[in-house]
Design a binder for this molecule. Structure first.
Ligand SMILES: [Mg+2]
Length: 231
C-alpha cells in the first residue's frame, strides 16, 4: 500500500510535449504569415532563433525584468530583427497568433495517457504549473487529458511561481493533500523538484534526456511508463 494519496504533475515537458507543439505552431505561423516575404526564408532557422531568444526572455521574466505582455510580442519582434526585419506590429501579431495556436497542439510525452489512466485508479491527480492560466486549460482539454485531474493549480492563482512554497501551499489547501502523503512529478530540478522538497513533499524527477545532476531526488525516471514501478 503506497503512502501517497495525491499526485501533483507538472504540465509542460512532463506530460504536454512543449517542444514538439511549439515547433509545429511556429512552422504554421511561418507559413500563415508568409514570413519568407519578410526575409525569413527558412522555417527551421526561424524556429531556432526564436527558441534562443525566447529562452533568454523567459530568464528575464523569471527575474521580473520583463512583463508577460511584453514577452509575448518581444520574442517575435526580436526574432524578426535578427533576420533584418524591423516590424514591431508584425511582432505583436505573431505573438498573438502563437499564444492562440500553440496550446491547441496535442502532442503528449510518450505514454502519458496510459500512465495517467493507471495512476488515476489509485491516486487523486492534480496539476501544478508555472504556465499562464488561460493557456494551460486549453492544453489539457485539447490534448484529451483534462479529465484525469481534479485540480489545476497555476502560478497565476498563487501569485507566485514554483519553486516558491506559496504555490505548493495553495495546492495543498485546494486539494486537501498533505505533504507527507503526496508526490510531485516534474522535469525541472529547480522548480518542480527542489520546490517540492522545500515543502516536505517527495519528488519524482522526470529526466528523459538522462542529464547528470547532483540534486537529491526521491525517485528518478527517464520514461513516464517507469512510474508504474514506483507508484
Ligand atoms: Mg516542465
Amino acid at each position: 500500500m503506497s503512502k501517497y494519496r495525491h499526485i501533483f504533475f507538472d504540465l509542460d515537458r512532463t506530460l504536454w510535449d512543449f517542444d514538439t507543439n511549439s515547433r509545429e505552431a511556429l512552422k504554421e505561423i511561418h507559413a500563415d504569415f508568409q514570413l519568407e516575404r519578410e526575409g525569413l526564408t527558412d522555417a527551421a532557422a526561424f524556429t531556432e532563433v526564436y527558441t534562443k531568444i525566447n529562452e533568454g526572455l523567459w530568464r528575464a521574466y523569471r527575474l521580473g525584468n520583463v512583463r508577460k505582455k511584453e514577452l509575448r510580442s518581444l520574442r517575435f519582434t526580436k526574432t524578426l530583427e535578427h533576420f533584418g526585419c524591423k516590424n514591431p506590429v508584425l511582432g505583436e501579431d505573431l505573438g498573438r497568433a502563437y499564444v492562440a495556436l500553440s496550446p491547441q497542439k496535442t502532442a503528449l510525452m510518450p505514454g502519458t495517457k496510459e500512465v495517467l489512466a493507471y495512476l488515476a485508479e489509485k491516486y487523486t491527480l492534480h496539476i501544478i504549473t508555472n504556465g499562464f492560466d488561460e493557456v494551460q486549460g486549453v492544453k489539457l482539454e485539447r490534448s484529451g487529458i483534462a479529465g484525469f485531474f481534479q485540480k489545476v493549480i497555476t502560478s497565476e492563482m498563487a501569485s507566485a511561481r514554483k519553486p516558491d512554497p506559496e504555490v505548493f501551499h495553495l495546492a495543498f489547501a485546494r486539494t486537501g493533500a498533505v505533504a507527507g502523503a503526496a508526490v510531485m512529478i516534474g522535469d525541472d530540478l529547480e522548480t518542480d523538484i527542489s520546490g517540492a522538497r522545500g515543502v516536505g513533499m517527495d519528488q519524482v524527477y522526470f529526466n528523459p534526456g538522462r542529464r547528470g545532476h547532483n540534486e537529491e531526488v526521491t525517485y528518478e525516471v527517464s520514461e513516464l511508463d517507469e512510474l508504474r514501478l514506483i507508484l
